[in-house]
Design a protein around this ligand. Structure first.
Ligand code: SAM
Length: 318
């Protein structure tokens, strides 16, 4: 599988503190000077594209916290050979940014939202900002993106009772609602014992309320999701089963964090770091040659990843 999809983390900071994601209650954030600046991010992204990347997803931390994100999107859009530019966000700041981001050339948006119950939302995220996240999602639907997805991480005893309600959103709105299996990534999330709900169970719960779902042929933006629909639905329902399935063989992803460290697999330690080269004024050819090394060491099976200890999902972008 060719590597054609870069997940680009813009910051390790987030305005939420989700129980399954951030490793500690309080984080020591990277210093502002360490973070790659817009020009550096664009030079790095262009090198990824010259090496075969065709789709970039902006993530974080919370990518909407990055200063002048529409400006960055516009610069990234200028990279020749890049086919698609997408964003994953918790939606809290999206209400005012959806239109500027669309106008700057952003193609798609994924909003991560795990509960529609204020008390549960607060329990998961440590924040009362459910309404802002919802408003952000609605603003994205209005802004004319080619697709808006809603990602829900399903956790037993926390939000699994809301699965049918989330599925209902795909009936009423032109949304792709996707159920994601929780996976432990660090000491804090490992404490959520028994939280994993296999997607086979989530699908049964959805079907118990809405009747049988019809599977759709895999689409270009589905990634590892299996996607379904139902008669009369405006949207779709997808299942991403990272725990029950192993889709490493079909993974074309590579990741870079906000200080330029490159991860050939979500679960591996960084193998390369671009910041020094970027800051030393190295020419494009030197950048490409060095970065090409990371493309060659991508594990083909999860078991091949060198265990990196606690995974800073909040830093490397999920
Ligand atoms: N702040 C942005 C957001 O909320 O989408 C982008 C970063 S967040 C790390 C990206 C995605 O990773 C989110 O959809 C989040 O739910 C997912 N994620 C983080 N930790 C996870 C875990 N332990 N299991 C499953 N998904 C996880």
């Amino acid at each position: 599988m060719a590597i054609d999809y870069l997940r680009l983390s813009l910051t390790d900071r987030c305005n939420l503190n989700c129980v399954y994601c951030t490793p500690r209650e309080r984080q020591d954030f990277l210093s502002h000077d360490d973070l790659l600046r817009h020009e550096e991010l664009v030079r790095a992204a262009a090198s990824f594209v010259r090496l075969g990347v065709r789709k970039i997803r902006l993530t974080g931390g919370e990518p909407l916290l990055k200063k002048n994100l529409p400006g960055l999107v516009k610069m990234l859009r200028g990279i020749s050979g890049l086919r698609e530019l997408a964003l994953t966000t918790n939606g809290i700041l999206l209400k005012d940014l959806a239109v500027p981001l669309r106008e700057a050339g952003l193609d798609r948006v994924n909003v991560s939202l795990d509960s529609l119950e204020p008390a549960v939302f607060r329990k998961i995220t440590g924040s009362p900002a459910l309404e802002d996240s919802w408003d952000g999602l609605m603003a994205a639907l209005r802004a004319g993106f080619s697709e808006v997805k809603l990602n829900m991480v399903v956790m037993r005893g926390l939000n699994d009772g809301e699965v049918a309600e989330f599925a209902r959103l795909a009936l009423d709105f032109p949304l792709s609602v996707r159920f994601i299996e929780f996976f432990p990534t660090n000491e804090r999330s490992s404490g959520l014992k028994g939280a994993l709900v296999p997607n086979s169970e989530t699908k049964k719960r959805v079907e118990a309320v809405y009747g049988p779902l019809r599977e759709l042929p895999p689409g270009p933006s589905d990634g590892p999701a299996r996607v379904f629909t139902r008669a009369g639905a405006k949207g779709k329902i997808g299942f991403i089963s990272g725990r029950s399935d192993n889709f490493c063989g079909a993974c074309g992803r590579i990741r870079m964090d906000s200080i330029g460290r490159v991860y050939p697999c979500l679960f591996s330690a960084p193998t390369h770091s671009l910041r020094e080269l970027l800051r030393s004024g190295a020419p494009d050819a030197a950048l490409d040659e060095y970065l090409g090394g990371a493309f060659k060491v991508k594990p083909r099976h999860g078991k091949e990843s060198e265990y990196a200890g606690d995974i800073e999902m909040s830093g490397r972008g999920g």
